[in-house]
Design a protein. Structure first.
Length: 153
C-alpha cells in the first residue's frame, strides 16, 4: 500500500501539532501496539542533511511504560546530519488521541515545540512518516512541508 499524500503548511516559531488516524477502509482504527515511528523533513528528497527528525512509539500495554520519543532540529544552522542536531521537545505518540491521551486505536500525534520550529528554515521541504514493527515498515504519509517565515521573533 502506498503512503498517503498530505501537504503541510506550518509557521516558524509556532508549536507544531499534526494528528492522523491510521485506519482500515471501513474506518476502524489499526492497532499500533509494539510499533515505533519516524518522521523526517529534508529540504529536498535527495538531501542527506535533515531539517527535522521526530521519533516515537506506542505505549507498552504489558509494562504500562509511557510513550517515548524525541525531536531533533538543526538549531541555528537549520540543518544537521543524522546523529547530530539539537534536541527539542516533542515526539510521535502512537495509539493516541488528538489531545495526547493514550488508548486511541489508530491515532498518531506528532508534536514539535516552538523553539525547534523557530530554527526550521522557511520554504518548501519534503517529509514522510513511517511506522515499524519488527521487520515490517509502513510508510503512512508523505508530502511537502512548507514553513512560512515568522515576523514576530
Amino acid at each position: 500500500m502506498a503512503a498517503g499524500e498530505y501537504d503541510i503548511i506550518t509557521e516558524q516559531g509556532a508549536s507544531f501539532l499534526l494528528y492522523l488516524k491510521y485506519q482500515y477502509n471501513n474506518e476502524t482504527g489499526i492497532t499500533l501496539d509494539a510499533y515505533t515511528s519516524s518522521m523526517q523533513v529534508r529540504r529536498s528528497i535527495e538531501d542527506t542533511d535533515l531539517v527535522l527528525h521526530i521519533t516515537g512509539s506506542t505505549m507498552d500495554m504489558a509494562t504500562g511504560l509511557v510513550h517515548s520519543g524525541s525531536v531533533t532540529g538543526g538549531g541555528g544552522t537549520g540543518e544537521f546530519v543524522a546523529g547530530s542536531g539539537v534536541a527539542g521537545t516533542g515526539q510521535i505518540k502512537l495509539g493516541s488521541s488528538a489531545a495526547g491521551a493514550t488508548g486511541t486505536t489508530g491515532g498518531i500525534l506528532v508534536t514539535i515545540d516552538a523553539d525547534t520550529m523557530a530554527n526550521v528554515p522557511r520554504g518548501k521541504h519534503f517529509y514522510d512518516l513511517e511506522i515499524q514493527s519488527g521487520n515490517s515498515v509502513n510508510k503512512i504519509v508523505r508530502g511537502r512541508f512548507e514553513v512560512i517565515p515568522e515576523v514576530t521573533r
